[in-house]
Design a protein around this ligand. Structure first.
Ligand code: SAH
Length: 214
């Protein structure tokens, strides 16, 4: 569990790279500069940790591309103390970025293997979100409403239960589409009955699946 000067140097280069791709939120850039992404990667990919790419993390899933993590975080305008629900813990990298931004994070993962691995890793690193093993389609109503919701898997549609758990004035970012390509959608809850949805480009995520996987 080492974070060396070399890693820090590579991370600063990554920050400059995603800045060049249009990320301007200084809190997002600071968080990307702080979180040691190499510790979230499988050993065979560790040398590529500061490349702006997605990589396999086991159980058929991927750690998101840093630009995508930054883009989703920027769209949400994360404020310190925001209550954030994350659907798809995966490697835990996005979770750590949200925590570095000062958010209170509630994170759900449906793959038992990844849930156990990422929970242990984040805790060892001193990150303390609330972890849940379950189906993110249902959200986590007992801890809601949330100021922000982030979905890190591609969904066929906007899940109504997640909209319900969003606070008035809250924002949800979710890639919506089929298994090949999704449109990054920002859902803002205007009042109890109405949302406003805006679209922010095309991305490619692993699919959001129903139920859990033992
Ligand atoms: N941000 C994560 C992305 C992981 S990929 C990272 O950077 O590591 C998306 C994750 O969503 C996968 O781990 C997948 O198992 C999970 N997932 C898919 N459908 C889900 C659901 N219904 N509920 C919870 N997690 C889900």
């Amino acid at each position: 569990m080492q974070d060396t000067f070399r890693h820090k140097g590579l991370r600063q280069k990554l920050v400059e790279e995603i800045k060049g791709k249009g990320i301007t939120d200084q809190r997002v850039l600071n968080a990307i500069g702080k979180v040691p992404r190499h510790l979230f990667m499988e050993s065979s990919f560790i040398n590529f940790a500061y490349k702006d790419s997605a990589f396999p993390i086991g159980a058929g899933q991927t750690i998101s591309q840093p630009y995508t993590v930054a883009f989703q975080s920027q769209l949400l305008c994360i404020q310190p103390m925001d209550k954030v629900l994350e659907v798809g813990t995966g490697s835990g990298y996005q979770t750590a970025v949200l925590l570095e931004m000062g958010a209170k994070v509630f994170t759900i993962e449906r793959q038992r293997e990844l849930f156990l691995k990422s929970k242990a890793l984040l805790e060892r690193m001193g990150y303390h979100p609330h972890f849940f093993y379950g189906d993110g389609y249902a959200g986590m109503p007992s801890y809601g409403p949330y100021n922000k919701i982030i979905v890190t898997a591609g969904a066929p549609e906007i899940p109504a239960k997640l909209v319900e758990q969003l606070a008035i004035g809250g924002k949800m970012v979710i890639p919506v589409g089929d298994s090949n390509s999704q449109t990054m959608s920002l859902v803002e809850k205007i009042n109890e009955k109405n949302v406003e949805v805006t679209y922010h480009g095309s991305f490619s995520f692993v699919p959001m699946l129903k139920g859990t996987n033992q």
